[in-house]
Design a protein around this ligand. Sequence first.
Ligand code: G1P
Length: 307
Amino acid sequence: MGLSKAVIPAAGLGTRFLPATKAIPKELLPVVDVPAIQYVVAEAAAAGLHDVLIVTGHGKDAIADHFDQTPELERLLAAKGDAARLEAVRIPAQLAHIHTVRQGNPRGLGHAVGCARDHVGNEPFAVLLGDDLIDERDPLLRSMLAVRQLLGGSVVTLMPVPREQIGLYGSAGVAPIAPGLAPQVGLADGDVLRVEKLIEKPAPQQALSDFAVIGRYVLHPAVFDVIERTPPGVGGEIQLTDAIGALTALPADRGGGVHGVVFKGRRYDTGDKLDYLKAVVRLACRHPELGADFSDWLTGFVGDKAR
Ligand code: G1P
């Protein structure tokens, strides 16, 4: 069955970015001139997922507004003949069919995904975390969908990280799969692994490998029952990692089995101030209007010892 649904959890309080996020959802912070979450919706749409459910919460209504139409603004821009801005304001509403559900009482990422159950139903679906931007030149989600089609079950993303950073992520215990399988979906042997165990935010000595789980998932709908049974974990929150860890132990005929696609491309954590700045600079350098001027300025700025 082809996948069509993506879920984007966006109910977090954005505390890492205060005070900027006191009144503005962190998902709407601009990365150059586009809100961070728009890149994520565009990524889902580019992978063929045109039904996007955003899990929002208190103070997050502006996210739904961003993806809505704005007839007055559009009329004004049309009357001025400002075709470029008219196109820019229309794009968010045209990218995908956007739905929202509210998380109410935010009890963790697993709980947020559980809130998507009524909308998703009994179909496999993708989860994209809004803080993680995957560079559009890296077709990660498409590879994950191909792996899901080949192997069934659920698929996570594995990114090698230095051991001292593993405590920021979910950590994966992995095993090789049969040679020749990954090349069937255009990936190298070794770039698709079987996931045997997951631990959320381990201490360095508890880490299962150097592979961190990052914010792209393709999940079997069996995860919804598992989430309901998942007790609060790290931080007192219902962790998605714990629920997917439970899927590794389920038989395939009950929706179990988890594989990981190894990601070596570019990812920016826009929830982290330093990574956010890096994302802005990288994307500004590639921006069709600003890129050339900004890159020139940046080269001079970096070389200017007096700065
Ligand atoms: C979440 C997940 C974690 C994952 C991370 C990737 O953590 O719980 O397993 O490694 O996203 O960005 P958070 O960053 O929300 O604390």
